[in-house]
Write a protein that binds this ligand. Structure first.
Ligand code: ZN
Ligand code: ZN
Length: 339
């Protein structure tokens, strides 16, 4: 089969690789669509120089084979089902996994292809093998939507750990793809309002079209100071935490979703956290229950219109270079590869 390998900055090629064989507990999935995420962009731009590498972790496709231990098992996806797949290692043995926090599994992630190339998902391929417990059927959802299972699970995780409830006044800082998924999910879950803050007027206009209650630049957001119950920071830029704390009402939660510069330090007033019962919550990746939630939303179709707006383009596997080029040279939401 073919698998896409990034061999250096601006360079991606298709390589031959033996098709994976499913073990007793595995499914073999014919990839229908794989999204290009921040990791793929950073690899292609040379910002994360790990080469050669087979990326691609936002995968959906059709089950074409099932190992004997899971074939026909109630609840396990069947041959022919479209699934969204979780390609993380969840060892079940480390201290994080034992606490049910497998998003933080301490076992090294990823593996290698037959020729030793580092795999970070290797979902830009014709097939992937996945433990059946990490594949989630998405019913009649289009493959483009099913491939959004991983980021949607991350956002379900964010909303869950942030404790967002119906009736909450919500702000999302950052109107990129992840910000837009937060907007969609919080609206669906009954937020009283969802404001969106970004520095790009184009993205703000898109967010307003997609149903944001209000939009504004970080400067404009001062009009909403002290009024928000949950603030999701999806763009970890300097100043974003201070902005979020400024928006927080009493008993608010600030959720730090996006990555920040590693060496950034921010002064926080501990007495304000105490007196106003503020929570600052870090969220990272997703857990199996978030995948189940995400797959449930995908299967129900309730987010279909929101997800349609976020598909920027879809390319065949043979056009993977064009896909990376588009994803790294223009503002995009999601560029998909496969099929
Ligand atoms: Zn991703
Ligand atoms: Zn673990």
């Amino acid at each position: 089969m073919h698998v896409a390998v990034v061999t250096g900055p601006g360079s991606v090629e298709l390589r031959e690789e033996p098709a994976p064989e499913p073990g007793p507990d595995d499914l073999l999935v014919e990839v229908g669509a794989c999204g290009l995420c921040t990791m793929e962009r950073r690899l292609f731009l040379g910002e994360k120089p790990v080469y050669p590498v087979a990326p691609g972790h936002e995968v959906a496709g059709r089950v074409v084979d099932a190992g004997p231990a899971v074939a026909g098992l109630p609840g396990s996806p069947r041959v022919g089902d479209v699934v969204t797949v979780d390609l993380l290692t969840r060892c079940g043995t480390c201290s994080a996994c034992r606490r049910g926090r497998s998003a933080l599994c301490k076992r090294p992630q990823g593996g290698t292809l037959a020729d030793g190339t580092v795999s970070m998902g290797a979902g830009l391929a014709e097939y992937v093998r996945v433990p059946a417990r990490q594949a989630y059927a998405t019913g009649d959802a289009p493959l483009e939507h099913a491939s959004m299972g991983e980021p949607l699970a991350c956002v379900a995780h964010s909303v869950r750990l942030g404790g967002m409830r119906a009736g909450d006044r919500v702000t999302v800082v950052g109107a990129g793809y992840m910000g837009r998924l937060h907007l969609a999910l919080c609206r669906l879950l009954g937020a009283a309002s969802v404001g969106v803050v970004d520095v790009s007027n184009d993205r703000l206009a898109d967010a307003l079209d997609a149903g944001a209650s209000w939009v504004g630049t970080p400067g404009d957001a001062a009009a909403h100071a002290g009024t928000q119950d949950v603030v999701f920071v999806t763009a970890g830029a300097p100043g974003a935490l201070e902005l979020a704390l400024g928006l927080a009402d009493d008993a608010a939660t600030v959720v730090l979703y996006g990555a920040f510069p590693k060496d950034l330090r921010v002064p926080v007033a501990p007495d304000a956290v105490h007196h106003h019962e503020l929570s600052i919550v870090g969220v990272y990746s997703q857990e199996p229950q978030d995948w189940r939630t995400a797959a449930g939303f995908l299967r129900s179709g309730v987010l279909a219109a929101d997800l349609d707006r976020l598909v920027t383009a879809r390319f065949g596997l043979r056009e993977v270079h064009e896909a990376f080029t588009l994803a790294t040279t223009q503002p995009v939401y999601r560029v998909l590869v496969g099929g």
